[in-house]
Design a protein around this ligand. Sequence first.
Ligand SMILES: Cc1ncc(C[n+]2csc(CCOP(=O)(O)OP(=O)(O)O)c2C)c(N)n1
Ligand SMILES: [Mg+2]
Length: 1015
Amino acid sequence: MKNKLLVPDIGDFEKVEIIEILVKTGDNIKKNDSVVTLESDKSSVEVPSIYEGIVESVDVKIGDKVSKGDLLITLSGEKKSEDTSKKTVEEKIPPLTEKIIKEAEDTLVLKEEVKENEKKIKRKEAMEPSGKEDIDPTETKEWIESLSAVLENDGKKRAQFLIKQLIEHSYKEGSDLVLSRNTPYINTISPEEEVKSPGDQNIERKIRSLIRWNAAAMVVRANKKNPELGGHIGTFASAATLYDVGMNHFWRAKNNKFGGDLIYFQGHSAPGMYARAFLEGRLSEKQLDRFRQEVNPGGLSSYPHPWLMPEFWQFPTVSMGLGPIMSIYQARFNKYLINRGLLKDEGRKIWCFLGDGETDEPESLGAIGLAAREKLDNLIFVVNCNLQRLDGPVRGNGKIIQELEGIFRGAGWNVIKVIWGSYWDQLLEKDKTGLLIKRMGEAVDGEYQAFKAKGGAYVREKFFGKYPELLDMVSQMTDKDIWKLNRGGHDPHKVYAAYNSAMQNKGTPTVILAKTIKGYGMGKSGESMNTTHQQKKLGEEDLLYYRDRFDLPLTDEQVKNVEYYRPPPNSAEIKYLKECRLKLGGNLPERTSFAKSIKTPPVDIFSAMKESTGKKEMSTTMILVRMLTSLLRDKNVAPRLVPIIPDEARTFGMEGFFQKIGIYAHEGQKYEPVDSEQLSSYREDVKGQVLEEGITEAGAMSSWIAAGTSYSNHDISMIPIYIFYSMFGFQRTGDFAWAAGDNQTRGFLIGATAGRTTLAGEGLQHGDGHSHIMSSVIPNCKSYDPTFGYELATIFREGLRRMYEKQENIFYYITTMNENYSHPSMPKDKNVEKGILKGMYLFKEFEKYKKTKIQLLGSGTILREMIAAAEILQKDYKIDSNVWSVTSFNELRKEAIEVERYNLLNPDKKPKQNYIEECLSTTEGPVVSASDYMRLNSDQIRPFVRKSFYSFGTDGYGRSDTRKNLRKFFEVDKEHIVTYSLSVLAKEQLIPSKYAEDAIKKYNIDPEKPIPTKL
Ligand SMILES: Cc1ncc(C[n+]2csc(CCOP(=O)(O)OP(=O)(O)O)c2C)c(N)n1
Ligand SMILES: [Mg+2]
């Protein structure tokens, strides 16, 4: 039995080239084994076999052009499995179908119930309310009584179900009542439902007080030493209980038995984490005294910065908004690793703490929809709602908790409000008419802030005083008692119950909205004041108040000296604290990595990229895709690759990956894709490898960071390759790139369709002429602008070697382009590889006339203009040149400043030569340098080129036109390079100026045209 494998449906393409044959006669192949690689002018894709058997003949050769239906190979053996594409869909469907059928059945049951209910509900003639809200109180009472009976007999779930049915029914009947996303302004968990903490509350309170004290003392002491050091007391003061309950009872550390929960601490609460670490004995008094003094080793960073404290902090969070979105994608990435079988599902959780003011950042809430859609029940947000931000109230005229409740609930989150502390329970119990709840709902946050700043009598008058019934309710209470009525976020019982409930929640992420007081305990100068955030000093009076408020065992003298306090190791407090952490597996925060290194793929994987493409014209983006396809055949690297794309796979010719490695989708694929017959069909899979993010660069960056730090968070190195439109990279998400550097992310950022003139047509918002300047600001980011395939391959392989074999904390930014041209093979000279990595190498020497010479430095596609200009200079003007390919001005500069610094600091030693000098010092003539980026790109090396140096580039706003016109406009085309070179040589008095004058005329260059920055 013979089987003939034909070219499948490859979409709109005809006559595509065979660039690789992956089988040979006699091979025994399985279904889905790749047989050949096809390459159109935009993308390359492997063709899988739909048969299994022995290859009898390979009926094509490399270079053949094939179309749908052409014969590829002939096999002997098993017959074709019937309609594979359909079968796979069917094979996958049963569990899903089952689910769908179940859902359909459930709806049928619901419909039946609705009918039943319809029968039961006596229709009442529609009546217009006559000004009064309740037109029939007796009827209302009956309904409420019925509901109470359901609650009593069948429980909360049944009652909720019935209410939902009623609302849906009334909606169907024409009512436009919209189900409110808000619940009353009370705690979500009722006192009866609260799960009690097993902890010793007395001792926990003492510990908390000590942490509070030491955190404040650390900031106050630093500022006594030098007021310019700054620091925050108010944020942690409001969040101490929220952190303590987590630390004592919930957050499990990483150890050899468990992967550990991941906690994103709110940036400004860092002092609290140091204070706890001090009690645990992890930090010394000396270290606390080095808060914000990090220039000498051993200081404590102002905020969570893994770069500065690599064994302590795990996540950089202080640039507000980044922590929340990064935590969402972290939670998603955990599920991705689990679904791909790379990580055990241990029920680990990701906790993210954020400020209520921080929720104003678009990034904070921008991805909460994804968290619900992806059913991230491993994610818990805790929003510390102290009602204040830096300048004043977050929502003075409204209620931030209610607002956030609506937003999160609307997005599909489980919302737990922790508004009132236990002292309110009795009052709420007494509130049979609901008046207290009404009053709670009426008061706005501006008032709540003042209530805490102004004391018990004020609360009696302004809060309870609004209704005589409420005044009566508190008549037996003193002002002090009223003052003691606490907020939920300061009540360890309420916080424990909320955390416990969040831990049990399945199917959705949870947000805990905890109401607290900014600067809790800071006294008259700091509690609940608009200036609280900036408070970094506490006067003696305030410190004494602080001591008394939290019953700290300190003498007046100790308070005056702002002494730290740590009870002895065998004290009950320290023993308790340590035992809690021991039970939870170890310390937090703590950053470690036990990831194994990944062997760099063999050189031959890249050899195809080092060959000339001959006449075939290709873009570097296509070469990159080819390279990734080859890497997917390396058993060490393949499973670790995480291609990340925000909806541009087709732009970059990467759609071939959809079939080959699949798009990650936690629910698999519930539908047969419209293009299922095609080779590059949109295939979603629970084990999919590609992260197709949709249109969110911020999300894609967060995924890239999660994957690129997996070596520490999960002890497994992953290789994220995030490919984006280069203009929507650093310009759009620069702060994430900065945080990525801080977080020691390892991975590749690929700025595709790069270059101000190379991306023709798209225009001002698309034409990137500055991303290399932006990437240059990140110290551990290596950026490259390669021109040819072999340069790209060399850089990429070195990236893999340094980041994954050597485990260096660097990441790569590489620009690739969409301009097609032919690529030469890699020069044999050994120095070329070194030069590519260092930033420049001699690409070609034009040496015929030996009279006048010029050094031409070109980068990216503009190198090709340089080569063309060199040819013209030689042919038309008898001028020799050296053409240098500059793969990275950034790398050249970094090395040069290091050498310069060394020379200046070692005046007695023989000066070292920097690499630029090494290349250029023995060459003749001035230097002309250009890239497809602004002049600043070349100018980076200007001080280190000890020769006349002229730089050209694409300064100014981009615009749409053809490449040729754009290069002429920005004066980086070969004609301008020739003209400028002639002018430079004249200026250097090496040739007469008439050549330049002639060239200006010959090439129709208008010297009066304004510089593009003004156009
Ligand atoms: C992106 C960003 N913008 C501004 C700041 C400066 N900043 C630091 S804290 C703060 C106020 C924080 O208020 P909130 O989020 O409510 O936190 P709280 O301290 O009240 O808990 C501001 C504006 C920052 N750190 N990051
Ligand atoms: Mg706040």
